[in-house]
Design a protein around this ligand. Structure first.
Ligand SMILES: [Zn+2]
Length: 313
């Protein structure tokens, strides 16, 4: 792999742009698993849900290190993040596009942190060995905005999971009606698909959650090839890897935290649930017992269209 030889990387860096991989997925698709799996690769840094961390007024901190994180505290600082949030809202504020662009052009000269891709730029500058950063924000507007920075090779990973599993997850975790869950997931998929399908073929890859958990090596090899990397078996031991991420939640993080000898209760996660199964890859198919026949037939049209497209039984 030549990981110990920084000279090789310097050469590579000169001929090819660093890659920013954007995750496209709806909630409960298994994105935490996918991003941690990829983040365990020695050439990839999983940034976590960067945008999610921006949405609050809390300090932006690494989920695992909290304070004094070697990646985030030293490279970005907290104010830089807030400026990027401003940029995001700025970019999405009302019409007046030409005026906004002009204003941003001028402001960007004074405050480079306002410009898209500023986060990635800082990360790559402080971590020159990296080849790929993975942004798991899962928000199209955000990805679209960040993709305007042409210094990076932007790639897109679309994570797909059985429609019924997504509905069951929302029903389990959120206080909303069954019909709402179905229509929200339907709408998100439509948006994600439209965005994904409009991307150049060589810049995009679709991954199924089920393929990832049932055959991590094959799926991981395909993903790595897509990102111009060799597969590393260490990725399968992702809970043992040291990761530095922003935002996000869920049980996989607690498992990793446990693995690192910390008490998961120290982490401020809501909706904790027991994570059943063994090994690092466990197929969660609780929907099979949770969704009644009546519910399944209620969403039959949605499920059938989805299954035809993505090949679910
Ligand atoms: Zn950290």
């Amino acid at each position: 792999m030549g990981y110990e030889d920084p000279v090789i990387y310097q050469k590579i860096d000169r001929v090819s742009k660093p890659i920013v991989a954007h995750l496209i997925a709806s909630g409960y698709s298994g994105s935490t698993l996918l991003t941690h799996f990829l983040g365990a690769h020695s050439d990839i840094l999983n940034l976590g849900e960067v945008l999610e961390a921006h949405k609050t007024n809390r300090d932006c901190r690494c989920v695992y290190c909290n304070e004094s994180c070697e990646i985030w505290d030293l490279t970005i600082g907290r104010k830089g993040f807030l400026r990027n949030v401003n940029a995001f809202f700025f970019a999405n504020f009302g019409r007046l596009r030409r005026l906004k662009r002009l204003a941003l052009g001028i402001l960007g000269q004074i405050f480079p942190d306002l410009l898209p891709g500023a986060i990635y730029h800082k990360i790559f500058r402080s971590q020159p060995h990296l080849k790929v950063v993975l942004d798991g924000s899962k928000t199209l507007k955000w990805s679209n905005w960040q993709s305007r920075n042409a210094k990076f090779d932007h790639r897109y990973i679309f994570l797909v999971r059985d429609f019924r599993a997504l509905v069951a997850s929302r029903q389990r975790k959120l206080n909303e009606s069954f019909a709402e869950s179905v229509s929200i997931i339907q709408r998100r998929y439509r948006n994600n698909e439209a965005y994904f399908e409009a991307l150049p073929k060589e810049k995009r890859m679709m991954v199924k959650y089920e393929d990832l958990v049932l055959n991590p090596e094959r799926t991981g090899t395909d993903l790595c090839r897509f990102l111009g990397l060799e597969y590393e078996t260490e990725m399968e031991d992702y809970p043992g890897s040291r990761q530095h991420i922003l935002g996000g939640s869920m049980t996989i993080m607690m498992r990793i935290n446990d693995n690192q000898g910390k008490d998961s209760n120290d982490l401020k996660f809501s909706g904790k649930e027991s994570y059943k199964g063994s090994g690092n890859f466990f197929l969660d198919e609780r929907w099979r017992s949770e969704l009644s026949e009546a519910r399944l037939s209620e969403m039959k049209t949605n499920t059938e269209a989805f299954s035809r497209k993505y090949g679910y039984q």
